[in-house]
Ligand binder design. Structure first.
Ligand SMILES: [Zn+2]
Length: 61
């Protein structure tokens, strides 16, 4: 009785998983970016946009 052990996908020639552009880790996500990383980067952009759109305080009036 002989059973072969399964070969790891990395050694079996499977295509490497895409890397998340935000954190650099391998991802299973179809978009190639972790949902939580996408949320983090979106939050950062939104915070910057709010900061840029803020009206400066009026002084000397
Ligand atoms: Zn990520």
């Amino acid at each position: 009785m002989s059973h072969k052990k399964p070969v790891p996908p990395q050694l079996a020639g499977a295509a490497p998983r895409p890397r998340c552009p935000v954190c650099g880790m391998a991802t299973y996500s179809r978009s190639g970016t972790h949902p939580q990383c996408m949320q983090t980067s979106h939050d950062r952009l939104l915070r910057q946009a709010i900061k840029d759109a803020a009206v400066p305080p009026v002084s000397g009036a």
